[in-house]
Design a protein around this ligand. Structure first.
Ligand code: XMP
Length: 512
């Protein structure tokens, strides 16, 4: 297992992902983790991340020097390398020229075990992002490579297993970075790559059994990837001791309740309490047009219904949630080391205190791709595992303004056609999120010999890595034409379709 100490770089999470992609377990902790805690974590290797500070600044984040005496291989990245140099008596200075973006690394000495294969004809393209650089390396270290701008960009002390790189091997812009991290964790640290979907499932199953014993667990199943994978994992561990509650709020996609029930209740034999609450939700939303009020109403009503169902299961001692690692890192602020806050996944996090349920979060160490991989391994349908994200309030925020059943029915049908066409044309997997939006305005059209006066459907498709920024997907005209034709011909009540060409920012992904 690998320990990553975080000095606040925007790329730290990517280091963890690259290590996990090498099938090696790792955890991300704040740089001020106690030495004792580091020892008891028993890492096979330590990676020091980059960070925004300068090592020579007053109060710059640091680590106990004993960390380098533990006999554990260390790889310092950017700030991490500078910290290592500073500790061993090298010199770090502000660079004459800040280096940001692509750069070419030139090999200087012998590459050594970590950098073997990193260079082609003595060169390697890398991604840089730094304002300081190492001017003088400490005794015992040799310089492996530099750029025209920064003479020291890769260093090693092979005898002590200490390595440093100024560039960022964790980002995709460093093409051979992945190999470097792989070599560090496997060859240098000796990790055997057992963090595979099968092994993750086996470990998780054992842990859930240990935690839960003979007690009962409830889980709010939404049909989304995280709660679905959590449900099937927990079911594999404790079978009938798990009860899922699936609330149909009337704002789900076409065929979704049926699909969830077929997958879980019928095929997997999971106990699912199905609550048809469409009328309750629509009644609560009547006359409400404000997006944030709609979100609140939907969230609160979900908690009420979930609570009603939970009290009917008096044995339940555990509440399971599909919290995943990015939620933990983001909400905790791994940098501050503050206590974790719970993701309000489907707002179940907001259950009243008196219910006194203990939290079971079997996915809290996993990245989304790992969650998907174990979902497939557990036998969940491919389409369910690779579905685009769907917001908790569902179609409630895709029907602009007041929500009505008539609107929801129209939107469901238009959305189903859109998504079906995206699958057929092979676009679905290239798009990060796609959906239809219902606009409650009527415009004039003509169909056959008659004049029509009907609603508008807007289509949205975006590409994004992190959902914080997104660009609209360049859908080919012929696909747009086919989708528009089908929606207007097949969905009664719609006579006009538009395609959203706004990026985020300044638009958001959802329309509300
Ligand atoms: P925006 O619209 O903020 O969306 O650009 C970013 C991502 O978040 C999802 N989203 C939500 N998810 N509850 C959720 O569970 C919500 O209220 C909500 N609002 C937006 C959105 O679908 C996109 O993936």
């Amino acid at each position: 297992r690998i320990l990553i100490l975080d000095f606040g770089s925007q790329y730290t999470q990517l280091i963890a992902r690259r290590v996990r992609e090498a099938h090696v377990y790792c955890e991300l902790h704040p740089f001020d983790m106690e030495l004792e805690a580091i020892r008891s974590f028993r890492p096979n290797g330590i990676i020091l991340s980059g960070g925004p500070k300068s090592v020579y600044e007053e109060g710059a984040p640091s680590i106990p020097g004993e960390l380098f005496d533990l006999g554990i291989p260390v790889l310092g990245i950017c700030y991490g390398m500078q910290l290592m140099c500073d500790h061993f008596g090298g010199r770090v200075v502000p660079a004459g020229k800040r280096e940001y973006g692509h750069a070419e690394l030139h090999a200087k000495g012998r590459p050594g075990p970590l950098f073997e294969g990193f260079f082609l004809d003595g060169k390697s393209p890398v991604w840089m992002s730094h304002g300081d650089h190492v001017e003088q390396v400490p005794d015992g270290f040799e310089v492996v490579a530099g750029t025209d701008n920064a003479p020291v960009c890769a260093i090693q002390d092979v005898a002590r297993n200490l390595y440093g790189v100024q560039f960022h091997p964790e980002v995709n812009h460093t093409p051979r970075g992945e190999i470097l991290i792989d070599i560090f964790v496997r060859s240098i640290c000796g990790c055997t790559g057992q963090w595979t979907p099968g092994q993750i499932i086996e470990d998780a199953v054992a842990r859930i059994r240990r935690q839960v014993g003979r007690e009962h667990v409830i889980l709010g199943l939404s049909g989304g990837v995280d709660s679905s994978v959590a449900a099937s994992l927990i079911h594999r561990a404790i079978g009938d001791q798990l009860t899922c509650v699936f609330v149909n709020n009337g704002l789900l996609r076409l065929g979704e309740p049926e699909q969830v029930l077929a997958t879980f209740a019928e095929n997997m034999g999971v106990k699912v309490v199905y609550v048809d609450a469409e009328d309750r939700f629509l009644k609560a939303l009547k006359g409400v047009a404000d997006p944030e009020r709609k979100r609140k109403i939907i969230g609160n009503l979900f908690v009420d219904i979930f609570e009603e169902e939970a009290t009917k299961l008096p044995d339940a001692r555990w509440l399971a949630q599909g919290t995943i690692y990015p939620d933990v890192i983001e909400s905790a602020g791994a940098k501050t080391g503050k206590a974790h806050t719970i993701k309000s996944h489907h707002n179940v996090g907001g259950l009243p205190d008196y219910m006194k349920l203990k939290l079971l979060e079997p996915l809290r160490e996993l990245f989304k791709d790992e969650v998907r991989a174990i979902g497939e391994e557990l036998g969940l349908p491919h389409q369910m595992v690779w579905r685009h994200p769907f917001p908790g309030p569902g179609l409630g925020v895709r029907i602009l303004g007041e929500v009505k059943k008539e609107y929801a029915d129209i939107l469901r049908r238009a959305d189903a056609i859109y998504i079906e066409e995206l699958y057929k044309s092979g676009h679905y997997d290239k798009i990060s999120q796609a959906f239809a939006v219902f606009l409650p305005v009527k415009s004039v059209g003509v169909m056959g010999d008659g004049r029509t006066y009907e609603y508008v459907i807007a289509l949205r498709a975006v590409e994004t890595r992190d959902f914080m920024t997104a660009s609209w997907y360049p859908m080919p005209y012929e696909d747009l034409a086919r989708i528009s034709n089908r929606i207007i011909n097949e969905v009664k009540g719609v006579n006009r379709v538009t395609y959203d060409i706004s990026s985020k920012p300044p638009a958001t992904i959802e329309w509300e």
